[in-house]
Design a protein around this ligand. Structure first.
Ligand code: PEP
Ligand code: MN
Length: 350
């Protein structure tokens, strides 16, 4: 399967000062052969060729950069289209029942890293509900770095989280690790989460484009924002317009935290794209006491929501206990988040 993109693309080709007239003419011909209209501008030192065109499919600016006499090619249009603010200036609001993600309310998603038992999710659901969460998180399929770590409860776990969420009027977000799990998961979850390790699992993204269910797309550990938006583009191009982006920390040289929380990604993504942006300070920081300050900063930076790990007995958690907030910590944090949201004209949506 290959998606087609029809749209106007722009690029600027800067010729080197040594380029000959024949080289300039050849570049113009090459640009036109690709479906662009060339606009030539002769400067005192060098020539610049502006290219504007309705191009079907992808074009690779490097194809022009390697032509004789070309100094530099600047791509002016984003590589992604449907995900871009240019294409859709107004904010996308993902509406699920009464919960709106990307609207004025800041949405709280909270729950354990992984579903461990019926009792565990049943104990945690009312705690996060009391803290103002509207969405219960919990993984049934866990992408663990080590094959010896707990891998998740699978469908049985999804049954428990659905039950617990329904009992407390919450929605469910849970990770889909493989495309074959999608049909089964549609029976249990309100939001399909794509984990950082799967951000570029393109077959999974393509299949998620075909379903009518919102997708929470996490940024890969070494993904640029453009790559994140191109992954979102796969889902959008398939026809599913309900994509929520998630900044969850990236891998850098820093070792003092689990990851490096790229807080700047939040406002920058909001400019690049119309899609809602959620922050995951739990996986970004990896340290319980540092989750709250990062969460507060994310709201101040304009996040449309937060996804936070909470456990009633973190010392016994099968996964990510060290970064899971205690019940009293999420209670306190949600009050602070609401206060911060109000400073920027929002509220925590309860
Ligand atoms: C998670 O949310 O449980 C998770 C595995 O996160 P990430 O994919 O961001 O590591
Ligand atoms: Mn986790």
């Amino acid at each position: 399967m290959r998606f087609r993109t029809e749209g106007e693309f722009h690029m600027m080709i800067v010729m080197s000062p040594q380029a000959t007239a024949a080289e300039v003419a050849d570049v113009v011909t090459a640009v036109e052969a690709q479906g662009f209209t060339a606009h030539r501008s002769d400067g005192k030192e060098s020539t610049v060729i502006g290219a504007v065109g309705i191009v079907s499919g992808e074009y690779d600016p490097r194809n022009f950069e390697v032509l004789p006499g070309v100094a530099r090619v600047v791509r002016l249009s984003a590589a992604y289209k449907l995900a871009s603010r240019h294409f859709k200036p107004e904010d996308t609001v993902v509406q699920i029942g009464k919960v709106a993600i990307g609207g004025p309310g800041v949405v709280l998603m909270a729950g354990p890293c992984t579903i461990e038992s019926r009792e565990q999710v049943e104990a945690i659901a009312p705690l996060v509900k009391a803290a103002g969460a509207t969405i219960l998180r919990g993984g049934a399929f866990k992408p663990r770095t080590s094959p010896y770590s707990f891998q998740g409860m699978g469908e049985e776990g999804l049954r428990y989280i659905r039950e617990a969420a329904d009992k407390h009027g919450l929605l469910v977000v849970s990770e889909v690790m493989d495309r074959t799990q999608i049909p089964m998961m549609l029976g249990y979850v309100d939001i399909l989460q794509v984990g950082a390790r799967n951000m570029q699992n393109f077959d999974l993204l393509k299949d998620l484009g075909k379903v009518k269910r919102p997708v929470l797309l996490k940024r890969g550990m070494s993904a640029t924002l453009e790559e994140l938006l191109l992954s979102a583009e796969y889902i959008l191009a398939g026809g599913n317009r309900d994509v929520i982006l998630c900044e969850r920390g990236i891998r850098t040289f820093e070792r003092a935290m689990r990851n490096t929380f790229d807080i700047a990604a939040i406002p920058v993504l909001k400019t690049m794209s119309h899609l809602p942006v959620v922050a995951d300070p739990s996986h970004a920081l990896g340290i319980r006491d540092k989750v709250a300050p990062a969460a507060r900063a994310a709201v101040a930076a304009g996040a449309d929501g937060l996804i936070i790990e909470v456990h009633n007995q973190p010392e016994k958690a099968l996964c990510d206990g060290a970064q899971s907030l205690l019940p009293e910590q999420i209670m306190r944090l949600s009050k602070d988040l609401d206060a911060i949201a109000r400073v920027i004209g929002r509220t925590l949506a309860a």
